[in-house]
Design a protein around this ligand. Structure first.
Ligand SMILES: [Ca+2]
Ligand SMILES: [Ca+2]
Ligand SMILES: [Ca+2]
Length: 198
């Protein structure tokens, strides 16, 4: 059975995202209902052939080759996908990472998903996110964290009213902007990185 081309496209998109965006997608995807990701769950199982809950390099290679009939996928390309999707750096792709890499980003723009993610980051329940709160949230997802400069840039980009913190409206607006931009740029940048893949 050929792998759904939409899912492949999402995987490519994910591989070209910044580390910060990957962490955000990963964190938000945890708030989707099981029925919303059922197809992806089954796809994960089809990759995880030894059923140990993670996709190893060999399983990823076999899965991608099996699902992309007629297209050649090199070892370098498989390693590239593993490296980019393995956001927590364990050397394989676990279930949550796989869902993050293949989820429909439009689902993550939903008000309830955004609200839950915002609440999770807003540790002191102030209704706004500080640089420190965002850094702490990122550190919980990606073990080696994200560069301070990148977080500052993110806050500057999102902080429309210029008060130095991000409220929920600013958070939603930035998220939607990021998603639109990534869709447009992903194909181009991925081509550069991995010319013939998928
Ligand atoms: Ca496995
Ligand atoms: Ca806060
Ligand atoms: Ca603000």
């Amino acid at each position: 059975m050929p792998l759904d081309s939409v899912v492949l496209k999402r995987m490519k998109e994910f591989c070209t995202m910044s580390k910060m965006k990957k962490a955000a997608v990963f964190a938000a995807a945890r708030y989707l209902r099981p029925d919303e990701i059922q197809g992806l769950q089954e796809l994960f199982k089809s990759f995880d052939t030894n059923n140990d809950g993670v996709i190893s390099l060999d399983e990823l290679r076999a899965g991608l080759r099996e699902h992309s009939t007629g297209m050649k996928i090199t070892d370098d390309e498989v390693r590239f996908v593993l490296q980019e999707a393995d956001i927590r750096g364990s050397g394989d792709i676990d279930y949550s990472e796989f869902i993050a890499a293949t989820v429909n980003l439009a689902l993550l723009e939903r008000e309830d998903v955004m609200a839950k993610l915002f609440e999770e980051i807003d540790l002191d329940n102030s209704g706004t996110l500080t640089v420190e709160e965002i850094e702490a949230a990122l550190a919980r997802v990606v073990p080696d964290g994200v560069q301070h400069q990148q977080v500052l840039e993110f806050v500057r980009m999102a902080d429309i009213n210029g008060d130095g913190v991000i409220d929920f409206e600013e958070f939603k607006a930035l998220w939607q902007r990021l998603n639109r931009g990534d869709v447009a740029n992903a194909a181009k940048s991925f081509k550069k990185i991995s010319a013939s893949m998928l």
